[in-house]
Design a protein around this ligand. Structure first.
Ligand code: ARG
Ligand code: ZN
Length: 874
């Protein structure tokens, strides 16, 4: 079944309230749902009420308290249709279902994880609990009563504020929660379990006291402190930056160990993958801390962008996700180093979103059709969606952007809104025409901008010519011209910036507005030949094609006033070299010297005027997957690996002394997850990798491993060992030591699986197969599956793409198997193959055969069918 944006229409009946009662039981949970409804004005008197369901069975059905005649309704596992309902008066329908959380392996709806009852309802999980209008434009006020055995559910939680609680007979207890804010069903949540709790409070800007509670597995309370701190900082930030205050007396977070995604913004009761709550120095890396901060903030920010203003339909998913990612990005930038944060975002966007846009799974930020909505929680909707909001801010400027946001909250609070509603607020607040800009929401693909420059020495004029193009994507053969905001700077030979404006009015505040196919901008009175720095800070998510000399790139890398642009220039230089070297390697030719690159990298690494985190980013060469993406077609992962290793060696040899010194530098004092200390560790870790390569043996990394007193340094050392010395005895010893030390700690052990899954080489697939059979490899735990199978297929270019096709066959087998229990997870894993058509012919054929074997498997879920069909046919 295909759903289309243009088919939207409101429901025939309006829901006002829903009262839910749950009697929790592992296999026989009884759900009674009383719903007050009224036929919508103008709807025919014979229109039927049609509710959604998913694998449900109906146990009882009443109209205003009286059983409905079975002739007047039809119940199937996925719909409930009721006929002859009152034409004009309000009425109440009572639906009873019985469900089995224990055997719900999809982790959608109500399920059990480690003995804890919990829910995940976005996007369409509520229909696995009871029959309802399970769609985001039906907003109702919820009251929820939970009844359960005390012994297994110390806490009974739902959205909103606690109204009452008490003891019942037979060792049971109950709690009633009321959420005054109307909400769609996807924001409903329930938790029941015996958990540990940490508490704090926050006073809002208007002086209201909010109780903050984070529930975790017993014994892990001391790992929840950082999440709590991040929550309070998020609450404060939203008040300061957007004037947005929290709106209930209590805000709760529950961490669970089996979760399909990162976390979920249920009103007042966020449910988290415990990976994004739990952290202590011994088991979590600096990156884990940064992720926790970002995701805690993301879910909290959803309270306004998502919950108070929700989406009209799932096509508008980016309305809440793109905007909320934008908000969490700016939050993290404010909490940490803004340029370093931006560099990480650019890397992520290029690594995940650009390939999506360039392959068979390409789709617009706001898709127009889908078969399975869960497959649209993508890098395009989230990350590119965030870039689009960022561009709005670039075009409008900070002040008008804020005015537009204020108008959005003022006008649409309580609404289920659309992208058109959102854009209208910015158009009105700024007086700008955003119609062409709106194409960013409807056209898939990454635009390309070719740039040429012309320096007129005699006339002191500098002319920049830009030309845009956008390749066809599935379902979109022809594209319209986009509005692309490109931030720029002209850097003079002495490193200063030329301050003059170009002719015409298509540029303002350091931004070129490219709206036609081809546009030129002429600067006059330029004293000397400048170097153009373009798409500064990655102001638009596009690729730039420009013939810029290595010397010009080096000039930008040294002098640009924008740190991100300096990194962009370095990265561009490294990418160019690596692309060239990989191609030569593929053709069996010798590689040119990487001396120039080595010089600039080592100079940057040792430049004490730059912050350590920035220097670490500079040292991180483009990943093999980045190089593959730039090459684009006929990819041979082995030659990319070989070429990149050759460059690593040359840089390592050239900077051996510098790296040896930097590798030994550690932040002083006890471990702190602060951005500053994390930056120092990142630089030391990057230097360690080079120093170890220069050594040519594992000794230094092994020593670092043995001396490590926190997970960041420990896992850095283990990665150096497994990446650079996979066959060394020391590496095997370190892996065993890690395994033994963290055997009781699932999140730490996930790292052990992932690090091995990413070991390069032709035989890693065998190691992965062995690990799949190891006793603590649990296929029902998504984090474990993603660490091993996801680490291998999405994080190991040479190992996964082994020419024999064994990697693809391994993934196909696992996808088919996991699909039987958890289709969402299976479909997500399979997307690792989305760039299969850009491989060289032999691997392409192996990949195709593996995809066909999936397509031909029995009883595929709609989730996996959708992905595999698009990959083969797109
Ligand atoms: N809305 C959640 C977020 O914060 C993601 C939930 C997605 N869940 C799913 N089953 N597709 O981004
Ligand atoms: Zn979100």
């Amino acid at each position: 079944q295909v759903f289309k944006l243009k088919d939207y229409r409101p429901t025939d009946f309006v829901v006002e309230r829903i009262d839910l009662t749950f009697e929790l039981d592992p296999t026989q949970t009884r759900v009674v749902s009383r719903i007050s409804l009224q036929r919508r004005d103008g709807v025919a008197a014979d229109a039927e009420l049609v509710f959604d369901g998913d694998e449900l069975s109906l146990e009882g059905l009443q109209l205003d308290g009286r059983d409905i005649d079975p002739a007047l309704y039809t119940a199937t596992p996925d719909t409930l249709t009721i006929r002859e309902l009152p034409a004009s008066v309000p009425f109440e329908i009572t639906v009873t279902t019985v469900i089995s959380p224990q055997t719900n392996t999809q982790l959608m709806g109500l399920y059990r994880t480690n003995g804890v009852y919990c829910t995940q309802c976005e996007a369409q999980g509520f229909r696995r609990i009871t029959y309802f209008y399970d769609r985001p434009d039906v907003l109702a006020v919820y009251s929820v009563t939970i009844i359960a055995r005390k012994s297994e559910t110390r806490y009974l939680l739902s959205n909103g504020n606690l109204v009452s609680s008490g003891s019942l007979d037979e060792g049971r207890h109950c709690a009633t929660w009321f959420d005054p804010h109307p909400k769609p069903s996807y924001l409903f949540a329930l938790v029941g379990g015996d958990l540990g709790l940490i508490e704090d409070s926050f006073t809002t800007m208007s002086g209201r006291e909010v109780a903050l509670k984070i529930y975790v597995e017993h014994g892990k309370e001391n790992r929840a402190g950082y999440a709590m701190d991040a929550l309070k900082r998020s609450m404060k930030w939203d008040e300061e930056v957007y004037g947005l205050e929290y709106d209930l007396d209590i805000f709760q977070i529950v961490a669970v160990s089996d979760f399909n995604m990162g976390a979920m913004e249920n009103k007042g009761l966020n449910v988290f993958n415990d990976k994004y709550v739990l952290a202590d120095p011994e088991t979590a890396t600096d990156a884990d801390y940064a992720n926790i901060e970002a995701i805690i903030a993301h879910e909290y920010f959803h309270n306004w962008t998502g919950n108070r203003i929700t989406c009209r339909d799932w096509f508008q998913l980016c309305l809440k996700e793109g905007l909320t990612v934008y908000r969490d990005h700016t939050f993290s930038a404010d909490q940490r180093s803004a340029p370093v944060k931006r560099i990480a975002e650019i890397r992520l966007l290029k690594a995940h979103q650009f390939p999506e846009d360039a392959g068979p799974l390409a789709h617009p930020v706001r898709p127009e059709t889908y078969r399975e909505i869960n497959n649209f929680y993508t890098a395009t909707v989230y990350e590119k969606g965030s870039e689009v909001v960022r561009m709005i801010r670039t075009i409008l400027g900070a002040e008008d952007f804020r005015k537009g946001m204020d108008l959005y909250f003022e006008r649409h609070d309580g609404d289920a809104a659309t992208i058109e509603d959102f854009l209208a607020c910015f158009a009105e607040a700024s007086g700008r025409d955003l119609r062409q800009f709106a194409l960013w929401y409807s056209q898939a693909g990454t635009p390309s901008v070719s740039v040429s420059t012309d320096w007129n020495e005699a006339g002191h004029t500098f002319k920049v010519t830009l030309e845009q193009s956008l390749a066809a994507t599935p379902g979109q053969p022809r594209k319209a011209l986009m509005h692309i905001p490109l931030a720029y700077g002209l850097i003079l030979p002495d490193g200063s910036e030329f301050a003059g404006q170009p002719s015409g009015n298509d540029a303002e505040n350091g931004v070129f507005h490219l709206t036609r196919r081809k546009q030129s901008f002429t600067f006059t009175g330029v004293p000397e030949r400048p170097v153009l720095s373009i798409n500064r800070g990655f102001s638009a998510p596009v690729t730039i094609a420009m013939e810029q000399s290595a010397a010009d790139l080096a000039h930008i890398a040294r002098h640009d006033s924008d740190g991100v642009a300096r990194w962009q220039a370095l990265n561009e230089q490294a990418t160019r070299y690596l692309v060239e070297a990989s191609k030569l390697c593929r053709d069996g030719r010798n590689l040119p010297s990487a001396q120039k690159l080595a010089e600039i990298l080592v100079a940057t690494a040792s430049d004490e005027s730059l912050e350590p985190a920035f220097r670490a980013q500079a040292l991180a060469l483009p990943a093999e997957s980045d190089i593959a993406r730039e090459i684009g077609s006929n990819i041979d992962p082995d030659s990319i690996h070989a070429a990149r290793n050759a460059v690593l060696s040359e840089v390592a040899r050239f900077g051996a002394d510098v790296f040896a010194r930097l590798a030994g530098a550690a932040p002083e004092g006890a471990y702190s997850p602060s951005a500053e200390d994390a930056g120092k560790r990142a630089l030391a870790g990057a230097a360690l990798a080079y120093a170890a390569i220069a050594d040519g043996g594992p000794g230094r990394a092994m020593a670092a491993f043995d001396a490590a007193d926190n997970m960041t340094v420990l896992s850095q050392a283990l990665q150096v060992l497994t990446q650079s010395f996979p066959a060394a005895a020391e590496t095997a010893d370190a892996l065993t030591a890690f395994r033994t030390r963290f055997s009781g700690d699932p999140l730490a052990l996930d790292k052990w699986y992932a690090i091995q899954a990413m070991m390069p080489g032709k035989t890693t697939w065998r190691r992965v197969e062995e690990l799949l059979d190891s006793p603590d490899f649990d296929r029902s735990n998504p984090n474990r599956v993603r660490s091993l199978i996801g680490g291998f297929s999405a994080g190991n270019p040479t190992g996964f793409n082994v020419a024999s096709g064994d990697g693809y066959r391994l993934l196909a087998r696992e996808v088919i198997d996991i699909d039987k229990r958890n289709p969402q997870l299976a479909a997500r894993l399979l997307t690792a193959m989305r760039s299969w058509r850009s491989l060289e012919a032999g691997r392409q054929e192996q990949a195709r055969l593996a995809l066909v074997s999936i397509r031909e498997a029995a009883n595929l879920s709609p989730d996996v069918s959708d992905i595999v069909d698009r990959m083969l046919d797109g």
